[in-house]
Write a protein that binds this ligand. Structure first.
Ligand SMILES: Nc1ncnc2c1ncn2[C@@H]1O[C@H](COP(=O)(O)OP(=O)(O)O)[C@@H](O)[C@H]1O
Ligand SMILES: [Mg+2]
Length: 248
């Protein structure tokens, strides 16, 4: 089993889109996937038009949680919305607060992948995710502020690795919202390549209107527009992630 966090402190960079599209892509390739919504905005649950009575809030506090099946081999845990915000505040006053998610999911069996869709902040929920996940995927939109957000996120991830007693946390950069017609896209891509080299996925997610439309009809990009550029790009990302599995 392998777990990924989709995380960056900058909002609107394609975290949820990536979490949902990668998770569904992996299930379409025959893997069994659990997608955990860690953002009080509940965008994963909203995308699928479902609601869990007991969400991540329950999992972190009592271990009690609804696992909702959304597609074949595809399961989600709702974030709990506002209840998750309350849990985050409560956790701050408790012992062993960083390892709750790790403890709760440690015995999870039968899944090939766990993917955590994270909020754009660095709070105790994200620290729990970092203590648990094998690898972090950092989506970076093709603009200056997203790039700055990614660097800030990686600095913090290093600190958290230390706090959570992990020697290091593996990460990979995913370029999103790429638009070849704009100079800023090319500039940011060049900068990313220079800074992060091997740590960047070869797949680049291009700007695509179909991606924006899909959640409105409770569909993923593969269902809403299977022949779109968005579906193609996320299919390629899925292939790249599966190749990592083969590398071990
Ligand atoms: N490649 C893309 N092209 C066009 N729109 C996108 C793309 N990726 C995401 N979006 C849209 O941009 C908005 C923000 O994306 P989202 O995945 O919710 O970001 P985050 O979770 O980082 O806040 C959403 O409306 C989403 O549908
Ligand atoms: Mg989101």
């Amino acid at each position: 089993m392998k777990s990924f966090a989709i995380m960056t402190m900058k909002g609107g960079t394609g975290k949820t889109t990536t979490a949902v599209s990668l998770a569904h892509g992996l299930t379409l390739s025959g893997r069994k996937v659990l997608l955990v919504d860690c953002d009080p905005q509940r965008n994963v649950a909203v995308t699928f038009g479902v609601k869990g009575e007991k969400g991540l809030d329950g999992l972190l506090m009592t271990g009690d949680v609804d696992i909702i099946q959304v597609r074949e081999n595809f399961f989600i845990i709702d974030s709990g919305g506002r209840k998750l915000v309350e849990v985050e505040l409560q956790l701050g006053r408790q012992e062993r607060r960083e390892g709750r998610l790790r403890d709760a999911l440690k015995h999870l069996k039968g899944c090939d992948y766990v993917i955590c869709d994270c909020p754009p902040s660095m709070n105790l929920i994200n620290i729990n995710v970092l203590a648990y996940c094998d690898e972090v995927i950092v989506p970076v939109g093709m603009d200056y502020l997203s790039e700055v957000g990614a660097r800030q996120t990686l600095e913090i991830i290093e600190e958290i690795a230390w706090i959570t007693e992990r020697s290091s946390i593996e990460y990979r950069i995913l370029p999103t919202f790429f638009d070849s017609r704009t100079r800023i896209s090319r500039t940011v891509m060049d900068d990313l390549r220079e800074h992060f080299g091997e740590r960047i996925f070869s797949t680049v997610i291009r700007v695509n209107t179909a991606i924006r439309e899909a959640p409105g009809s409770n569909k993923t990009i593969y269902e809403h527009a299977p022949l779109s550029r968005g579906a193609y790009d996320y299919y390629k990302l899925t292939e790249e992630v599966l190749a990592l599995e083969r590398e071990g």
